[in-house]
Every structure is written in C-alpha cells, then in structure tokens.
Design a protein around this ligand. Structure first.
Ligand code: C2E
Ligand code: MG
Ligand code: MG
Length: 550
C-alpha cells in the first residue's frame, strides 16, 4: 500500500524533540526525589525515637524533627501528584500537537497529503530511492472537465468524485508511493521505480487512468469522468528537487489535456518554452485590448468572371509590442479560450467599418466572427450599434462563420443568423468542406453564401479528390441557390480551372495578399474607388432593419 499520511505522521516528525516541554516534569520529579531522600534521613531518626518512646526505653523524638518529617511526607505526596499531573498534561499536549500536524499536512476531504506536505515527503522519498539506486517519478493527475461535474450535478457530487478518485488511486499505487491532493481536482503521485524503467511508470499511469475512468455511483445514477496525467522522472544522481519535478509533471499534464485528455504524457523540455510562449501570449492579449494593437488587414475579393473588385475580407492581425505581428491562426484560438475574442473582434469590426465606409459604396466588407460570438444573444444588437455608430449600410456587410459553428446548438445558430439577416447583413459559411457538416444541417440554416475552403482550391489541379469535392460543393450551392466564393486562388492555372467549373467570387494571393488599412486605401485611391468626401460618423443613412425575404 502507498503511504497513508494519517498513519505516517510520527515518521515524518520523529526528529521533533520534546525535551523542552519535559523540563517542568523533571523539576517536579526532582522535588519528589529530594523529599523522599530527606524523608529517609529524618524518618531514620524520628521513627526509631518514636518506637523507643512507645516501648518506654527512651525519650520521644525531637519536635522539630517530627515537624520536618511531616513536612517531608506532605512534600513527597505533593511532588509525586504534581509529577503525575505534569506528565499527563505533556502527553495530552503531544497528542494534540501530533493531531494538528496531521491536519496541517492532510487534505481534509480525501485524506491525501496536502500541497504543503508533498514537497518534504517527496524529498525524503528521493533520498531513500537514491540509496537503493532507484529513479523517482512524479505523476501529476487532473480530472477532466471536473467543473462540469460541479456545475451539472452539484458540489456534493464533485466531492464524492474526488474522494472516490483518491481511493482508487491509493488502491492502484504501489507500496511506499505518496499521494497528494495538490488542490481542486489535481493529484500528485510520487513513486520510485528501477532506474531506466520508464515502461513501469507508463503502465502504472495507464492503470491509474483506467481506475478513475470507471463510473462512480451517485444518487441512483452514475458520474463518469476521465483523468489526464503528466509525468516527470528523476534518475539517481540527479540534482532536480521536488518542486522542479512537480512543475515539470504539471506542464506535461497540461500537454496531455491539450492532446485530447484521458491520456498520459511525459515531460519534454520543449513543452516548457511552449507554455511560456502561451502565457506571454495570454498576458499580451489582455494588455493589448483597447490599445489599438489589433488591426484589420484587407484581402481583395474579386468576381472571377469579370475580374472586377467586389470587396474585401477583413483579416485580423495583432501587432504585439513583444511578439511582433501575430497571425490570427495563433492568437484567435487563445483569445477564444480565455474569453477575450468578443472584445477583440468588436474592436476590429468597429475599426473595419470606419475604414470601409470611405470605400466605393459598391464594395462589400466581410468579417470573420468566432462561433463563441454566435452564442452571445446580444451579438446582433451590438453589431447594429456598431453599424449605426460607423454609419455603414448593413447590406454591404457580410459576416463569415466557420463550419464548426454547426456543431453548436443549431436552433440558437439559426435564430442568430436570422436576426443578423433581419438587420440586412449577409451571412456566409466559411471554410466549407472541412467540418463534415451534413447537407441536412446546411439546408436548415439560412446562409447567403458558401466559401470553399482554400485547401481544396489550392490543390484543384493536383488532386482529383479536391476537384471532386469542389464540384460537389458547386452542385450543392446550385441546389440550395447559394452563391459561392473560392478562397486560395494562388495561380493563373487554378484561376483557369475554377473558371471552367462555375461562377464564383474568389480571393487569393494571385489577386493580392492581405494588406493594411493604409495600403488598401492607397490602392483604392489609385483605382478611383475611394469616396472623395469621407463619410462622417453617425449621420442618418438607411440603416433601418431590413426584413429578410423568405
Ligand atoms: P479565413 O477566414 O478562411 O481567411 C482566409 C485565410 O487564408 C487568411 O489567413 C488569408 O490570409 C489566407 N489566404 C488568402 N489567400 C490565400 C491563398 O491564396 N493561399 C493561401 N494558402 N492562403 C490564403 P489569415 O489571415 O492567417 O487568417 C486565418 C484565419 O483566421 C481566417 O481564415 C479566419 O478563420 C481567422 N480570422 C482572421 N481574422 C479573424 C477575426 O477577426 N476574427 C475571427 N474570429 N477569426 C479571424
Ligand atoms: Mg473568412
Ligand atoms: Mg476561410
């Protein structure tokens, strides 16, 4: 069995000397012993004198000596009682202190070691393993989606799950291993293993993961959960301390989560720099909001048949003072995870509307929004407010949502699309073909346009599969009466091929890379597609909500 902290406290503290606390009982014992010696001395004189006086062979004892003897007897009794009391008190205090130590080192809910105690206990285990020539592994474990259990069931259910997880982990861990609840739903196991035999830890981790994955009965039903594990190990002779090893295992655990949860991952130093980059990214995103660091770039959208400029797609760029220019493919998913995508996107859209209102009124503006923004019931209202503030006609705005939004609550997505369209805004389905959406899903949502994902377009001449997929998307678009935009037109050959396949709007490096607002404006000025007098904000234009025709 692994070390149970409740049974193990004496071992952890055997060098905690109680000498200072026994000082008082030694004094009391000394008084009692001195009184006994004096009693023997005075008693040796007084008692024979009493005996002689009773037998009539001598005089009675000296009164002073009798008094001294009586005092002595009182002292012996008092000293002895005091000694007994003090030893009782000290024993009681020691018991209370031992209990306090157990409580201070134990997690009250699960009985595991707590965060404070795991470091010293692990160091002790390192020392023991070192003597045997063994390695020591730290396995950091974190329950997957534990918050959901708390939210959906209750905190009581969460507690039961934690207690049961700890019990099962205890049961799987080998003799001498340590188990600690580091906090929340995170556990750390410290276990020694023969040097070089990481396979032993692989199979132990698998066992731990499998043990926790068994459903936990709760109020007549069952709670299911999984656990992710990160492992870091120290070979004998290594100078790495417990805190560093716990930290490495923690990083590996986050990696296991990122790779899909319910699995284990070994620490690799590259993970650390990745995590550092990630936290720099998060901190930078938080700092950058409201400071004009998020800027819109614009890429041309062209009518493939006529070659005429139809409008622009706004593509976000982050000009980070620390990291330089960061692509949306890197910062958008992080902003989504940390809940910052809406403010960043709103800042960008507001700026793009201000830029685009000075373009020729025939030019459209497409903006990408995250599926998370589609979940915001106020999004349509916020957009309307931005349109009014920028004095931009809704009919020139197209909102692009990626196919992944179809995995969301379809009813909610449908009502959001409808309310955007009721304001006169167009809504298109971006990156189509990558997200495995079904025809039924597509038919049930009132999109205005489909955009074929660039991965098919760029390879249309090299891959027969891409060409087939494009052809089926074209017939789908025709069947549903949806116009199509082709992304990723990089070469004249691709353009020719696409022209042969049907009528499209298109965009791609052949027509131009995404460019800054200033570059776009300069180019439009050259083409005579910029308004001579810039539109002032918030003048009355026809932006009253437009009812969408069925
Ligand atoms: P997307 O909406 O599909 O945008 C098209 C992406 O393809 C852009 O990448 C664009 O630069 C790139 N591209 C354009 N022409 C070509 C070409 O000919 N060949 C190739 N290989 N690529 C081409 P970018 O700017 O890195 O944006 C990536 C994705 O980030 C966008 O894909 C969009 O999903 C997302 N994104 C961009 N801006 C925003 C934003 O403001 N909000 C949200 N939520 N997502 C955004
Ligand atoms: Mg797009
Ligand atoms: Mg796209």
């Amino acid at each position: 069995m692994p070390r149970n902290p409740l049974a193990d406290t004496e071992r952890l503290h055997d060098n905690n000397s109680p000498l200072a606390r026994t000082g008082k009982d030694v004094v009391a014992l000394g008084i009692a012993i001195a009184a006994i010696i004096m009693f023997v001395g005075t008693g040796g004189t007084v008692l024979p004198a009493i005996a002689r006086s009773f037998s009539g062979t001598g005089l009675g004892p000296d009164k002073l000596l009798v008094n001294a003897l009586l005092l002595n007897i009182a002292l012996v009794i008092f000293g002895w009682r005091r000694y007994r009391e003090l030893t009782g008190e000290v024993a009681e205090r020691r018991r209370a202190e031992a209990q306090a130590r157990v409580l201070a080192e134990t997690d009250a809910l699960t009985g595991c070691l707590n965060r404070r105690a795991i470091g010293p206990a692990a160091e002790q285990l390192f020392g023991e393993a070192e003597k045997r020539g063994d390695a020591v592994a730290v396995i950091m474990l974190d329950l997957d989606k534990f918050k959901q259990v708390n939210d959906v069931n209750s905190h009581a259910a969460g507690d039961i799950l934690l207690i049961e997880a700890a019990r099962r982990l205890f049961a799987v861990l080998p003799e001498g291993a340590l188990l600690s609840r580091i906090g929340g739903d995170e556990f750390a196991c410290v276990v020694s293993h023969p040097a070089g035999r990481t396979d032993k830890i692989d199979s132990l981790s698998e066992e731990l993961i499998a043990a926790v994955a068994r459903p936990v009965p709760y109020e007549g039903s069952e709670i299911e959960t999984t656990i992710s594990a990160g492992i870091a190990s120290r070979e004998p002779g290594s100078a790495i301390d417990s805190q560093a090893l716990l930290h490495s295992a923690d990083i590996a655990m986050y990696h296991a989560k990122k790779r899909g949860r319910n699995r284990h991952c070994w620490f690799d130093p590259a993970m650390e720099s990745e995590l550092k980059f990630r936290s720099e990214l998060e901190a930078g995103l938080r700092r950058g909001i409201g400071k004009g660091e998020f800027v819109p770039f614009y890429q041309k959208q062209v009518d493939l048949e006529t070659g005429e400029l139809a409008g622009f797609e706004m593509l976000a760029r982050w000009k980070s003072p620390v990291l330089g220019q960061v692509s949306p493919e890197i910062f958008v998913p992080v902003a989504e995870e940390i809940g910052l995508i809406a403010p960043i996107s709103e800042e960008l859209i507001a700026r793009a509307l201000r830029d685009a209102r000075n373009w020729d009124p025939r030019l459209t503006l497409s903006v990408n929004i995250s599926p998370l923004q589609l979940r915001d019931p106020w999004f349509a209202q916020k957009l309307l407010k931005m349109l009014v503030e920028a004095n931009f006609p809704p009919s020139r705005l197209e909102i692009e949502v990626t196919e992944s939004c179809l995995h969301e609550n379809l009813g909610m997505v449908r009502s959001m699309i409808t309310s955007l369209q009721n304001q006169g805004v167009q809504v298109s389905l971006d990156d189509f073909g990558t997200g495995y959406s079904s025809l039924a899903q597509l038919r049930s949502l009132p999109f205005n346009r489909i955009k074929i994902d660039r991965s098919f377009v760029t390879t249309v001449n090299d891959s027969p599969e891409s060409a087939t997929i494009i052809q089926s998307i074209i017939s789908l678009g025709e069947g549903l009466g949806l116009p199509i935009t082709a992304e990723g037109i990089e070469s004249q050959e691709v353009l020719e091929k696409m022209r042969g396949l049907g009528k499209f709007k298109g965009q791609g490096y052949l027509y131009g890379y995404p460019e800054s607002a200033e570059e776009t404006e300069a180019e439009l000025a050259q083409l005579n597609l910029l308004l001579e007098t810039p539109v002032p904000p918030e003048t009355e234009t026809s932006i009253a909500p437009v009812a969408r025709s069925a």
